[in-house]
Design a protein around this ligand. Sequence first.
Ligand code: FCB
Length: 457
Amino acid sequence: MSVLPQTSESVALRFPTGFVWGAATASFQIEGSTTVDGRAESIWDVFCRRPGAVFNGDTGDPAADHYRRYVEDVELMSSLGLGAYRFSIAWPRLSDLGFYDRLVDELLDKGIAPWATLYHWDLPQSLEDKGGWTNRDTAYRFAEYAATAVGRLGDRVSGWLTLNEPWCAAFLGYGNGVHAPGVQDSRAAVAAAHHLNLAHGLAMSEIRAHAPDAPAGITLNLFPVHPATASEADADAARRVDGLQNRIFLDPVLRGEYPADLLADLAPFGLPELIEDGDLEVINAPIDLLGINYYRAYLVSAGDPVDGPTEWPGSSDVRFLQSGHPKTEMDWEVQPDGLTELLVSLTREYPGVPLYVTENGAAYPDTFTEDGEIRDTDRIAFLDGHLRASHTAIEQGADLRGYFCWTLLDNLEWAEGYAKRFGLVHVDFESQKRTLKESARWYSNVITHNGLPTTEG
Ligand code: FCB
């Protein structure tokens, strides 16, 4: 039976009452002000200085200057009618969390629910100097940081997420090295993945201790994975990629175990020896919600192993194929059906955990019209398609409770620098002028209707 209310004439698709509508950002991508108020250096500050690591030599300054302009930005969110705002706390700002205090108060003042992510990739460089996520001790340092941050903000934050996309932190950070800290070592990447899982579990117990009533969980970037053909080799490639991308986090967090096939695949990279007694119980701490960042699906086939750094330890033979959909500026195929598939299968395979899409969005080459507008119809079509796909998933039984668009403001898109724009709001990085794109107005209308309006709506 559908939990969805009836649609009225002006609303084509209505979402469940209480559905959370938000936008997401991340500290390093928008804040700027990387050297003020005692902020320590992060691995991304260091990585940005490495020649060739980040497009155009771009760095975390000025970003969207949000650290200084947060009042204006919260006003923007309010004008759009956002119900929730997902931001991340910069661990390197631990010595002075005043900014987040002020941000949270400003959000609450405008009736916007603050959702905080504890780790969106900006590890203090001082910890990287001791091995970063390859060092088990970093998980315990993360728990200490979590205790301080949640202790400070836990009375006002509506939802907590421990980690954002540990896959990227582990396999892009330590595997192929395209993200900070830029290490290229499969064993290191696997160690980072386990220690990130452990960090999540340890932080959950700090969140429970300091904010017992706030819902909390983790955000994963998940991908449906399909084999290109019915061959055994392609099916096995799909199984391995699903293990390395999805089940390596889902299974320990939600089932308290690493899948047997993944343990075997990663034995040559040391996974079994990394797991100490009690780790899986810690990682399996109950969560109240699962955050899903969805951008696209994977179509894979088996090929010949490729030498050199890889984000797929032991599976460098896997080829990622195009399936013929239109692409965004990131060269990512637009595959809204994959979101339906993912949400429905998560509720089926890992029942009992409410789901939130904590990121979904697209980069397109936005240009100003002569009258100073950005008519980003591609982005609107992308969001519309993915919201329809989300709605279909709910109709098919997925327990989806909210959707956060990636992202509020154009920002530093990691190794892509400022060149890729995902924002609902355009940012001129010279003048820091904000301009609402047409997609922002469109999304605002969706929020007002709690659904997708008809053209007349
Ligand atoms: C995700 C990241 C986010 C942003 C989007 C485009 O992987 O979590 O910070 O870069 O991709």
